[in-house]
Design a protein around this ligand. Structure first.
Ligand code: ACO
Length: 405
């Protein structure tokens, strides 16, 4: 694999060179810069978004303690464990309790990711929170950054629903690739339990709350790039199939003394999540394989080179169909939706964290990831995982492998 990648980079003229923060260092050979610009032009002409000099070096996750399994949910709405498991693969979900916040999950996940990466919070220069359900509509990223101790970071929220984490990784990778920022924290977190109608069995059984985070760093001159290829897409024409739309009652601004209505505005309120399940299912099973193929092409790898497929955890049937379309066996597919359901922007890093901590995803493994959801939006990235290995208690790895096979 490594040889194949090296050959590809050599073919397109890519060569790692040290770009330092906010200025081009004097020791860079100008011919290297010309060569790299040439390579990027070639990639652009061929419509390929190539590797980015960004590495994923640590992961962490968090979920609320409150756990509701299908049997418990069947006491609340007209559903059954059988129906939910067969149609979705979900057995349980974790839900924020009153007094708990989305930012709390983000802070916990981010703290663990930094510990795992052995990176000091002060080193972080960029914090991106992918979320559609922040505690504060103005954004939670700055709050998370402060609580985690990232006092040198610029922080902002990014909204792309269930594609949010993928879009945030691609965004952070651009900053890291230029070398203008060298360490980033990317958090994916959602609390859709706040926004589903708990009397609507079509939607409420699907979602849970959770967060995951990765630490990303610039790949130095002597290091291989970690984001091998990516692709992002969106199509607003499909937004009606999955939305969390604003719809507030009107409010009159009145001049009480004159008894006159000066203006009419609306109060801030949202409707619960609306979804056409079948349309979203069709969208996901057609677009996810497509965008993954594009990212795999961009990475210059073959499907056989992919060690793990990690899809947005929406529905096991969607995951199985996408894997089958790509010719990737289920033994290489990572899932944890049985325990967490769909945590929107949280699913991919949450599942990655589980897989790394179980010793399944190892340092150097190539992981193809894809997110898809509201917007509509969809995106994929092929990354090389470069986080520290975790001690796994004997027997645990085998147990997990058997469970997924
Ligand atoms: N329990 C029991 N019965 C149910 C439930 C339930 N929770 N929900 C629906 N049903 C019933 C329906 O009423 C219907 O009954 P009917 O035949 O008498 O009319 C029957 O089950 C079949 O319903 P379908 O909607 O046809 O079921 P389907 O097999 O399509 O599965 C599902 C529904 C699971 C929602 C599927 O369409 C799906 O996964 N779609 C994608 C959803 C998704 O991934 N959404 C999140 C996107 S991520 C984001 O951006 C937030």
């Amino acid at each position: 694999m490594a040889v194949a990648l090296f050959t590809l980079f050599a073919a397109v003229g890519w060569s790692p060179s040290p770009l330092h923060r906010r200025s081009v260092p004097t020791h860079v050979d100008p011919s290297t810069l010309v060569l790299r610009r040439g390579a990027s032009a070639v990639m652009h002409e061929r419509g390929i978004r190539g590797a980015l000099r960004a590495r994923l070096v640590g992961v962490g996750s968090a979920a609320p303690e409150q756990r509701v399994d299908n049997h418990q949910l069947a006491r609340v709405v007209d559903t059954s464990d059988d129906w939910i498991v067969q149609r979705t693969g979900i057995s349980a979900r974790h839900l924020l309790a009153p007094g708990e916040g989305l930012a709390d999950l983000g802070i916990a996940a981010a703290t663990k990711a930094l510990q795992h990466a052995q990176v000091e919070a002060e080193e972080v220069e960029l914090v991106i929170l992918a979320s559609s359900s922040p505690d504060d509509m103005f954004g939670d990223a700055a709050h998370i950054a402060k609580e985690v101790g990232c006092k040198n970071a610029a922080a902002f929220d990014l909204t792309a629903a269930c594609s949010g984490f993928m879009f945030a990784v691609a965004t952070a990778a651009q900053f890291l690739h230029t070398g203008h920022h060298r360490t980033a924290l990317v958090v994916g977190a959602d609390a859709l339990s706040r926004w589903v109608d708990w009397s609507d069995r079509n939607t409420c059984v699907l979602f849970g709350d959770g967060a995951g985070a990765v630490v990303m760093k610039t790949a130095e001159a002597h290091q291989r790039p970690g984001v091998l290829g990516y692709e992002m897409r969106s199509d607003g024409a499909g937004r009606k199939n999955l939305n969390l739309g604003y719809q507030g009652p009107s409010v009159h601004l009145t001049d009480e003394a004159e008894g006159e209505v000066v203006a009419e505005v609306t109060k801030g309120e949202y409707q619960p999540i609306g979804m056409n399940g079948k349309k979203v299912y069709q969208f996901a099973t057609s677009k996810a394989p497509q965008v993954l193929r594009e990212a795999i092409d961009a990475a210059g790898v073959k499907v056989e080179d992919i060690d793990w497929l990690l899809l947005h955890q929406a529905n096991i049937r969607i995951i199985e169909i996408v894997a089958e379309k790509l010719g990737i066996p289920m033994s290489k597919v990572l899932t944890n939706l049985e325990e967490h359901g769909n945590t929107s922007a949280g699913t991919i890093p949450l599942c990655l964290d589980d897989a790394v901590k179980q010793g399944r995803v190892r340092n150097g493994d190539v992981v193809a990831m894809a997110g898809f959801g509201a917007g509509l939006s969809w995106g994929a990235a092929v990354v090389r995982w470069e986080g520290p290995e975790v001690e796994v208690e004997s027997g645990q790895e085998v147990e997990e492998a058997v469970a997924v096979d």
